[in-house]
Design a protein around this ligand. Sequence first.
Ligand code: ZN
Length: 199
Amino acid sequence: MCQQSDFFVASCSQAWTEGRKGIVKLPTVEPNTVKLYIHWAYTGNISLDLLDDDPSASSKRWQTEQIVRLYIAADMFLDRFMKNKAMDTLLQRMDDGTYYLSLVPVSFVWENTITDSPLRANILHWWAATIERDYFIKAAKSLPTTFVIELATLQLDLRGRTRAAYRPRYKNRSQYHDHGGKDVRCSKWCSIRGPQEEG
Ligand SMILES: [Zn+2]
């Protein structure tokens, strides 16, 4: 199977097998994620309006989770344009104050991404900048140990640094994009350019 598709080549590559202790486990792709993905493929837009019939559709936490799940699906399908679009949508929500992420999707991300995933970096930076002590003590009990260790390490790295160091997205958004292994410093929104970025 590994010789048949890029997806399984990636699944069988060293990073994945190490990250997953030798087990190739595919994350579940929810029907909502499929809807968003297909719509994006045709229009280039992420439209949460498509999911309006869901009873949770007005919840900011639920909306943020849908974008995170879309990112994970794009990661699984090796679609970096979709990843960048989903990431830009998350960054936009952070800027707008509509980014709220509950604990279950955080665990989902840590179970389904490799260590140097830009999505992980993005979530860690957000937590380091915004988390309150008492909430963290409660939350840590239901979060993956690797997440807690990575967050603690980041906090130590940031000790004594400026306020700006806690919010690196203002200075450099491209660190959260997937540029196909190229060291690109893109302009504010990578996903506006989409596939033309290849050129
Ligand atoms: Zn970019």
